[in-house]
Design a protein. Structure first.
Lengths: 341, 341
DNA sequence: GAAAAAAATTATCGCGCGTAAAAAATTTAT
DNA sequence: ATAAATTTTTTACGCGCGATAATTTTTTTC
């Protein structure tokens, strides 16, 4: 407790008996001052609850410690989880992350990137909307601001990308499904926002052909991010029209599968891999809720930890090291066997 | 298109043939300059893509246009949805919202509030962790920064609160359940983070007693935010121990209900209100995923729109009008009848 | 103990803008 | 047309800190 309030760094330094530049140096890098000095400052910090004015700090600095994290749709717990993971890693690395969601809206994505520019961030971790993104705008942003793309790549944009190995995901689960019973049909939305969906469909077709099975792709109408609803409505229609060639359905992603499970339930189809079951259903992603569907969903788990860790590491290299190759890093998924297939 | 790059407001003003203070006035309130002047500036704005440096702007200003939005757990789509709603309303009101999640961690909540201070926000919309929150810290924050609490109130903290009328929620669904079949047992976690849970249990007990039924509360161990898991594990144990007095279970919230549904499925109990069903299950909140459970969950819908609208309105009044009474506003829920009960 | 190295100080600038007061230009009223 | 009221512009200063260079002080090394 001190008698007078500290208004700025000058007063704070004076209260300790140090010069302002020394204290300034400390805030930029505590290791850059002598140990005894550092301890004096840290002690005073607790006594006076002073903090540097962040606006004054960043105004005259070439690079701030701000990091932007942009995800396409935060109401999807998958993105919430990975954002949380990334956020924490940024904090641990001494940066100040700010989270944004495009809410599935390309215009909003553009506005977020625009707003981010004026924050002069050290770097940005961007999971773009995908197909719907304004490619030119994103590309320009990536050349202006050190950016690492994650989850969804953007062809032609020269920024490092960290994501999942979609073909491996699909191969893994197709192999499992073919091995254990009838080969799967593939259930997807016709116009997915995310480019990963396309890769998964292609991988499905190849995986089936390699094994000598004929691929059956069931595309249902729908775009946007209301995957459960699309899976539900489309699932009902597809079931009623008997569009599935076998008793096994592989969904393009878990949220679609959750909607499809609801459709199966509604039609009285028992889902599972045991004797009395009418249909097997599998997903891809290992969504946080997939453990609690009825029945629990068999799926392929995204490697959240690796993706977020590597994305942040790549950004740090890019920020601190200057140039970096715009390379792609993909992580493999793990088969999660549950009751649905 | 201009030949030289605009570096600051001085150059920008010069390019139009105006003085910097006039342009500065425009940015603070476009209506405060003559119409013809405003049009000249807006035209130049498009030609030169200049934007004021936000750090220089905020440094010497008593009040910024920043608004903080803090939710306890962003991986819960309920909070993601309401945050999105609030965020958009703040933008529409001309403010610059930033979203934070406490991730269920009291320490992190404290750090977020601390970091928020140095942003000198015009106001903050805070959904506190609840029971786990550092009450003293939150209270002090509320006296320093104009704050509106939402979702979860904090007894003793003198800030306006906007939330849901929990007793009304519970009464509504208890009335429905009692009217249509056997009166419900109440399924909850023993040590909920959120104070709403307690109010719901109390309301359940009263609602039962009023109708001449004996209340049965089934509390299962668990704390934190992994509600589905707690509902699942606790549900299995409670079912096996035959702790439910009737064939109807009212869950404290939808996420708990989702976990409980999974437990029912695992034990082969058919959930629903039709003939062959073994048990009825209902929730509270109308979680975004509740439409797609198996069977779809009967619940009470939160009035997202009203809560977010009124919370933002209250904050704006508080920010622009100065003082405001620390009053409480509650919104009623709507019964959502689906197949589960 | 002196020389070398490291750390802290002094001094001074600049960042880009907010803001207040005074001066000038414009609009409105008489 | 002239005076009064309003709007706009000019002038001047300050915000809190980063950054740098030139000294001075302290610490380390031999």
């Amino acid at each position: 407790m001190s008698t007078k309030t500290i208004r700025n760094m000058e007063e704070f330094a004076a209260a300790i008996g140090l010069s302002r530049p020394t204290v300034s140096k400390f805030f930029n890098d505590p290791e850059s001052v002598k140990t005894s000095t550092r301890e004096r400052i840290e002690a005073a910090l607790k006594a006076h609850d002073y903090r540097p004015n962040i606006y004054a700090m960043n105004q005259n600095r070439k690079l701030t410690k701000n990091v932007g994290i942009v995800v396409p749709y935060l109401a999807d717990p998958f993105f919430a989880e990975i954002a949380r993971n990334i956020e924490q890693r940024c904090i641990d690395a001494g940066y100040r992350p700010t989270l944004y969601s495009s809410h599935g809206d390309p215009a909003l994505e553009g506005e977020i990137l625009d707003g981010l520019r004026s924050l002069k961030p050290a770097g940005v971790l961007l999971a773009p909307l995908g197909r719907a993104s304004d490619r030119a705008a994103v590309e320009k942003f990536c050349t202006d601001v050190p950016t690492v793309l994650f989850d969804s790549s953007l062809p032609g944009v020269g920024a490092p990308f960290v994501g999942s190995d979609n073909p491996q995901f699909t191969n893994l689960i197709v192999e499992y499904l073919c091995r254990t019973a009838e080969p799967p049909s593939f259930f997807e939305m016709a116009t997915p926002a995310n480019p990963n969906a396309k890769k998964r469909r292609q991988a499905y077709v190849e995986a089936m052909e390699v094994r000598g099975f004929e691929p059956h792709v069931v595309s249902v109408p729908g775009s946007g991010w209301a995957f459960e609803e699309i899976g539900h409505e489309g699932g009902l229609a597809a079931l009623d029209a008997r569009r599935f060639a076998t008793d096994t359905v592989l969904c393009s992603n878990d949220r679609l599968a959750i909607g499809f499970l609801a459709a199966c339930y509604e039609r009285g189809l028992r889902v599972g891999r045991d004797e009395g079951a009418a249909i097997r259903v599998a997903g891809q992603d290992d969504h946080p809720f997939s453990r609690f569907t009825c029945p629990p969903l068999t799926t392929v788990a995204q490697d959240y930890a690796s993706v977020s860790r590597h994305a942040v590491q790549t950004l740090m290299d890019l920020v601190e090291g200057g140039e970096a190759p715009a390379e792609t890093t993909l992580f493999e998924g793990k088969l999660i066997m549950r009751a649905s297939a």
